[in-house]
Each structure stands twice: as structure tokens, then as C-alpha cells.
Ligand binder design. Structure first.
Ligand code: PNS
Length: 167
């Protein structure tokens, strides 16, 4: 992906319930490859069953976290990711790959997405080592059970978690 010859638009989709430092790391790495990044909260996620934050709350946190970078736009979308990518004329979908355990789920989604619309490529990026075990679901669980998640999320997310959990 050359960013000199064309305006490369990447979509980083996910549940972001809530956005973690691992997500932020993947987003920053994406901006080494793409000119613009759409961080897109899915209203329908394949895995998330009981969200802690509403889509509007997750979007507000993403906007706060990425407010310093004008190359990043945070949006939500409903329906199929590939339909959204087609409408926005995106060049690629970004997904973070932490460990082998992520691979099967990610591979299935990437292949299905290619069947749905083959004009966009899925690109997998690996996070910095300290975030290689981090997931939003673990952050939620640890926070709900009273553990300290301050090294895994931005201060804005930490405040939102404290407020949500009545602490
Ligand atoms: O962070 P997540 O929950 O692992 O992200 C999964 C997500 C949101 C990327 C996936 O569920 C998705 O693309 N949802 C939109 C609906 C859709 O297109 N489903 C078919 C996926 S093959």
C-alpha cells in the first residue's frame, strides 16, 4: 500500500467495548500504511453478546481517544461490514491478530467478507508485545470484578468504566 500515489482509506471495524490500548496501538500502526482511518463500531457483532457500553458510548470514547489525529474518523455502522466498506470506498479492512487462537475466527471472517465483496483486502496487524494478551472482554471482566485496568486503557476509558460500574 503506497500512500504517496493515492489516498488509502482503511477501516478498522470492531466492537470496541471498550477501546483498549491494544486497539489504539493497531490504529496507530495502520496509519503507517494508510492515509486515513475509519474506526468503525459495529452495531451487530459476531461475538459480543452482552455489551457493557452502548454503541453511542463506545463511539464517544473512541472519538475522545483519537481526538488528536485528524486522519482518524470514528463512526458506527449497521448491517454488513462489506456493504459499509463498499459505500465508503475503502481499500482495506484492518484486524488485529494477537495469537494463534485469534486465527480461526479471523480467517473465517476474512474469507466470508471476500465472498461478499472481493474488492477490499483484509490486512492483519500484530500489536506491540505488551498488548498481545489484551482483549476488551478481559478488560470488562477485570474491571467489573474490581481489578485495576489502568495499564490497559486510556484515562478517558478508565473514567467511563468507573462511572459505569458506580465506583
Ligand atoms: O471486535 P469484534 O467483536 O471481534 O469485531 C467483529 C466485527 C464487528 C468486525 C464483525 O462482527 C462484523 O464485521 N460485524 C458486522 C456484521 C457483518 O458484516 N457480519 C459478517 C462478518 S463475516
Amino acid at each position: 500500500m503506497s500512500s504517496s500515489s493515492r489516498d488509502v482509506l482503511a477501516i478498522y471495524p470492531g466492537s470496541f467495548d471498550p477501546v483498549t490500548l491494544g486497539h489504539e496501538d493497531i490504529a496507530r500502526r495502520t496509519l503507517r500504511l494508510a492515509d486515513r482511518l475509519l474506526v468503525a463500531v459495529a452495531e451487530t457483532s459476531t461475538q459480543t453478546r452482552n455489551p457493557l457500553f452502548s454503541v453511542a458510548e463506545r463511539l464517544a470514547l473512541l472519538r475522545e481517544v483519537f481526538s488528536g489525529d485528524e486522519r482518524v474518523e470514528c463512526v458506527s455502522f449497521s448491517g454488513l461490514l462489506m456493504e459499509f466498506a463498499r459505500q465508503r470506498r475503502a481499500h482495506c479492512i484492518i484486524r488485529g491478530l494477537r495469537a494463534v487462537s485469534d486465527f480461526e475466527y479471523e480467517f473465517q471472517m476474512a474469507q466470508m467478507n471476500r465472498e461478499l465483496w472481493s474488492e477490499v483486502e483484509t490486512v492483519f496487524l500484530t500489536p506491540d508485545a505488551p498488548f498481545s494478551f489484551l482483549s476488551a472482554s478481559l478488560v470488562r471482566e477485570v474491571a467489573i470484578l474490581g481489578g485495576d485496568v489502568s495499564s490497559f486503557v486510556s484515562p478517558a476509558v478508565l473514567r467511563a468504566l468507573a462511572q459505569k460500574l458506580g465506583r
